[in-house]
Each structure stands twice: as structure tokens, then as C-alpha cells.
Design a protein around this ligand. Structure first.
Ligand code: FAD
Ligand code: SF4
Length: 536
């Protein structure tokens, strides 16, 4: 028999009956699957499992690094964190069946490895926590169905909102908006609240959180706490170089937290040194400054080395103790309790259709320089080179440099989605896809964000010093020196005018189009064609 049982936290009823009916009831224990982004020591899987009877199963499979060509640092982070977790599990008395990447009999695919483990252990059931990717869930289900074994999904309590909560709240709404969701989350979870009013009398401090640096730059930004590779990580780094020599990215600077202790230190370091200025310079960019006042916590949270609740609570404590201003704290909490939860909700609400959406009918190929950083456009060179070196770029670099260029250049959403999924250490599809397709490419036609994040090179000039070192001029839309962002911005508006007319928040931007005369439009179109011909 095949059964998918998804139980809410804390309830496990009906299991006994299912157990009796299971075709493989020879072994008394369960096979408890832990995926690479499920490394919490407080996982409900561990709460449910029986140390004496159950087997924890984990597998390193090359498919996860090749179905999109994963950045070497991303693969290394997952493998190192998984190995550290397995060590901790064994020390805590669990039986762990851990399949290493270099095991000669490793089949390289999650489904095939799971099938082999089921046949070997002959468990009564397979238990798994909800996965971070639709593809992975379907694969696990199909293997269990084929092997005729009961499968039980457990809800992931790392998130504030369950998939079902989000689905229920979304039901019947014509439009979903992050802002309303976020306010409800603040109320529901009592975060930054004074009674039933938002702390400081305002839900949103965005207006205070948009500063650029002065012309002399950010000055001395506190360096983040780094975690040099230990023996486990060092072995993994060698393995990744050996198995994935062609994959993008460098391992030279690998210093990510790979255990909950390190993740917790990284959180403490951020709260102490960078949170107070996080909000103010949240949207700013600067040459040679990959991190600025950002937290660098996304990967640790996505792998569940760090609980989102811990990060939110630590930030709120910092404000209540007078260490950080309210605007900075609210800005940080909004990203986690608001955006992070919201994108997870919409991912599970709209998958698998979401992957196919292409509202603007964009069909250009991804420019080759996304894989090399070799372009004369200084902002893109900076963001992509940093990404290849570190597997990291902060939000505004992702949204308003690499994402913006792809939007304006009309890159096919699926291609840019696959690039983002491959290239960042924190990339897991539930968070990456809505950010790319929804927020940055407007491929969902505004279901997730109320307007496309379309801007010219002038935005980048205002928020960074990149343009000062660039051969192009952000104020020019046509001619040899024209900034490609500015040219493509106007061409994007012309190309999509009829579609964008239906987007109320685009009205002002479209109104500016009227100011362009026919000659100007012709020159912009010609320049856009040259640019696209060169880069795509
Ligand atoms: P901070 O700026 O310090 O923010 C604090 C935390 O808030 C982050 O650690 C993250 O957990 C959360 N957060 C911030 N913005 C978002 C957001 N828009 N959506 C969800 N969570 C958010 N984030 C990922 O975790 N994985 C991805 O694969 C990913 N892909 C992205 C692709 C694009 C095109 C864009 C525009 C954004 C993407 N983001 C992704 C969101 C965001 O850019 C990163 O979470 C952030 O840059 C990580 O750096 P940080 O930890 O220093 O974040
Ligand atoms: Fe980027 Fe244009 Fe500025 Fe050059 S001028 S850095 S291409 S925005």
C-alpha cells in the first residue's frame, strides 16, 4: 500500500493502522529521511523517531549539484553541514545511514539512493519533513509509491506560517500582498508589537531605510565573523573540486557557518556589529564591499542551522535594549517574518505552474557573462565577480543589478531562474523561484509584487559608486556611451507598453515615455538591438 500522510505538528494518529497494512513490516523501525536543508537539531522528525528502532538516512548525490550547475561553494556548504549534522546525530545515539558522494556504489540521484535504502532497510514507513523543492517531494513520493511503502510527511515548524495556513489565508483573495501578510504575522506572533499596535506606531520604516553612502563611501564596515574550514570542511572542499571541476564558482574564500553553534555566533556578530546600520544602508551598494551591513544569515537559516525565530527574537531584543534603532530592526524583521515567509507561501501555492509563467513573453537567452563576470558594465562585473568568488551578493545586487538587467534584456525567466538557483549558497527553490520569477522578472504578471522593479542606470548611479568607474554614462540612453541599463529601460517600456498599462503603479514611468520623440525612440531601439546582439 502507498499512503501519503501529512500530519500537523503534534499529531500522529492513524499511524498504527497504516503500520499494520504496510507491505514491508519485517523491520520494526522507520526510515527517517533528512534532506540537505533540514539540519535542525530540533527537527520534529527527531522528536518523533525512536533512537532504538529507527534509522536516519542522509545522502550526498551529484544530481543536486548538476541539475543546475551549482556553485562549488553551495555544494560544499550543503555537504559540510550535512556531515557535521550526521556526526552530531551519531554522537547523540542515532543510527545514521549516510551515503557519501564518493561511495563507489553511489548512484548519484536522490530517488535511486532512496529506493536502494528502502530495499536494504525494509522499514515500516518512510518519514520526511516537508522538502524545500516541489521536484524533490514528487520524487520521494514516486519512489515510495513504486516501492509500495507508506510515506509520512511532517510539517516543518521552522517557518512561522505553515503551507496550509498560507493557503487558507490566501483563499478567495484577488490579490496577495506581502505588506498585509506581514502585518498579520506581526500581530499573530506578537513581534514588534505594543499591545495591538505596531511598535513606534508604524508598520513600515522603508522611507528611513533607503540611504546611499556619501561620496567618500561607507568608511570602515565591521568585518563579519568568519569560519575557516575545519577538517570535515577541508575534506569536502577537495571532494567538490574533484567531482565538480567544471561547476562555477571558487572555494578560495569558503568561510560559511556549517554548524548550529557557528550559525548562532554569526547571528550574534551581526546583531552586535551590523544590525544598527542595517536598515539605513539596506539598499546601498559599493565597489569592493560585498556585504556592507547585511547579515549573511540566509544560508544558515535555509539549511535550518539557525532558526528564523531566533534571528527575529535577537533583533527585537537588540531594539528593546536600546542597541539598535527601531527602523533597522523593523527592516531586518520584515525580511524574515515578511518576505521570507511570504515567498515560501506563494511558492507552494502556485507550484508547479509557477515554473512556466512568462507574463512578458521574454525569450532572450541568458547573456554569457553571467557565468564569467566578463563585461564592461561595471555594476554587473562587480556583482557577478563577487558572486563567483563568494556565492553571495546582497539583495539589491540581486534585484537591481543582475535581476534588473535580465528583466530589461528580456531574458527567458526559466534561464535566469536556473542561474540564480545555481549560483548562490543560499539558493533553495522555495525562496529563489518567487524572488526571481515574481519579484525580479515580473513573470507572474504581478501576482506577487505590485509592479516590475524596472529602473534605468540612474538608480544604480544613485545607490552605488559603480558608475564612477564605468565606461558608460547612466544618464545617456542612446549612442556609444549610453548605459545599457538606461537604453534597455526605455526599450523595455516601449516593448511592454500595452501590458504595463494595466499595472497601476507603472503609470508614472509610462507617462515619461510620451516625452520621447520618434527620433529618440528610433535611436534607443537601434542601440538596444546592438547591446542585445553583443551580450546574448
Ligand atoms: P539580509 O539582507 O541580511 O536579510 C536578512 C534575511 O532576510 C536574509 O538572511 C533572508 O533570510 C531574509 N530575506 C531578505 N530578503 C528576502 C527575500 N526577498 N526573500 C526571502 N528572504 C529574504 N534568498 C535566499 O535565501 N535564497 C535565494 O536563493 C534567493 N534568491 C534571490 C534571488 C533574487 C533575484 C532576489 C531579488 C532575492 C533573492 N533572495 C534569496 C532574497 C535575498 O536577496 C537574500 O535572502 C539575501 O540577499 C541574503 O543575504 P543576507 O542573509 O545577508 O540577507
Ligand atoms: Fe552599470 Fe550603467 Fe552604471 Fe555602468 S553606467 S555601472 S552599466 S548602471
Amino acid at each position: 500500500m502507498f499512503l501519503i500522510v501529512t500530519k500537523p505538528r503534534g499529531s500522529f494518529c492513524g499511524a498504527a493502522a497504516a503500520r499494520q497494512a504496510s507491505a514491508y513490516s519485517v523491520h520494526s523501525g522507520d526510515l527517517c529521511v533528512i534532506l540537505g536543508d533540514q539540519l535542525s537539531r530540533r527537527s520534529p522528525l527527531l522528536e518523533r523517531a525512536d533512537r532504538a528502532a529507527d534509522v536516519i538516512w542522509m545522502a550526498e548525490v551529484s544530481e543536486e549539484s548538476t541539475h543546475v550547475p551549482s556553485h562549488k561553494a553551495r555544494t560544499a556548504l550543503f555537504l559540510s553541514a550535512m556531515r557535521h549534522h550526521a556526526e552530531w546525530l551519531r554522537a547523540a545515539g542515532w543510527t545514521v545511514d549516510y551515503r557519501r558522494l564518493d561511495d563507489p556504489s553511489n548512484r548519484g540521484a536522490l530517488g535511486e539512493e532512496l529506493r536502494e535504502a528502502i530495499r536494504r532497510h525494509r522499514p515500516r514507513r518512510v518519514l520526511v519533513l516537508e522538502a524545500g523543492e516541489w521536484r524533490v517531494e514528487r520524487r520521494i513520493e514516486s519512489v515510495c509509491r513504486e516501492e509500495n511503502i507508506e510515506l509520512m510527511w511532517l510539517e516543518d515548524p521552522h517557518f512561522y506560517a505553515s503551507r496550509e495556513d498560507f493557503r487558507r489565508d490566501a483563499r478567495g483573495r484577488r490579490q496577495l500582498r506581502m505588506e498585509f501578510f506581514y502585518r498579520e504575522m506581526r500581530r499573530r506572533h506578537g513581534v514588534l508589537m505594543e499591545g495591538n499596535r505596531p511598535a513606534g506606531g508604524q508598520w513600515n520604516f522603508d522611507a528611513e531605510n533607503r540611504e546611499a553612502f556619501p561620496a567618500r563611501g561607507p568608511g570602515a564596515v565591521p568585518a563579519p565573523r568568519r569560519f575557516p574550514p575545519d577538517a570535515v570542511t577541508a575534506e569536502v572542499l577537495k571532494l567538490v573540486e574533484r567531482y565538480f571541476p567544471q561547476n562555477p564558482g571558487s572555494l578560495r574564500h569558503f568561510d560559511w557557518p556549517v554548524t548550529p553553534e557557528q550559525a548562532s555566533e554569526a547571528l550574534g556578530d551581526f546583531i552586535e556589529d551590523r544590525l544598527p546600520l542595517f536598515g539605513r544602508f539596506q539598499d546601498a551598494m559599493w565597489t569592493g564591499e560585498p556585504l556592507l551591513y547585511h547579515s549573511r544569515l540566509s544560508a544558515a537559516m535555509n539549511l535550518k542551522l539557525l532558526e528564523a525565530r531566533e534571528a527575529v527574537a535577537a533583533a527585537e531584543r537588540a531594539w528593546r535594549s536600546g542597541h539598535a534603532p527601531l527602523a533597522a530592526t523593523e527592516g531586518f524583521i520584515r525580511q524574515i517574518l515578511g518576505w521570507r515567509e511570504y515567498v515560501r507561501g506563494v511558492y507552494w501555492l502556485w507550484m508547479p505552474d509557477y515554473l512556466q509563467w512568462n507574463h512578458l513573453e521574454a525569450d532572450n537567452p541568458l547573456p554569457r557573462f553571467y557565468w564569467t563576470g566578463q563585461t564592461e558594465m561595471r555594476c554587473l562585473r562587480e556583482a557577478i565577480t563577487q558572486t563567483l568568488e563568494l556565492g553571495y551578493a546582497h539583495h539589491i545586487q540581486r534585484l537591481m543589478v543582475t535581476g534588473l538587467f535580465a528583466l530589461l534584456a528580456g531574458v527567458e525567466p526559466r534561464q535566469i531562474h536556473e542561474w540564480y538557483l545555481a549560483i548562490y549558497v543560499d539558493a533553495v527553490e522555495w525562496v529563489e523561484l518567487p524572488n526571481v520569477l515574481g519579484m525580479s522578472q515580473f513573470a507572474d504578471g504581478g501576482r506577487m509584487a505590485s509592479k516590475p522593479y524596472a529602473a534605468s542606470g540612474k538608480y544604480i548611479a544613485r545607490m552605488s559608486n559603480y558608475c564612477r568607474h564605468c565606461r558608460f554614462d547612466p544618464a545617456k540612453a542612446a549612442g556609444e556611451k549610453a548605459c545599457p541599463f538606461t537604453t534597455l529601460y526605455w526599450e523595455f517600456l516601449m516593448r511592454n507598453e500595452s501590458r504595463l498599462k494595466r499595472v497601476p503603479r507603472m503609470e508614472m514611468q509610462l507617462r515619461n515615455l510620451v516625452r520621447l520623440g520618434p527620433d529618440e525612440k528610433r535611436a534607443i531601439r537601434a542601440r538596444a538591438e546592438t547591446i542585445l546582439g553583443e551580450v546574448c
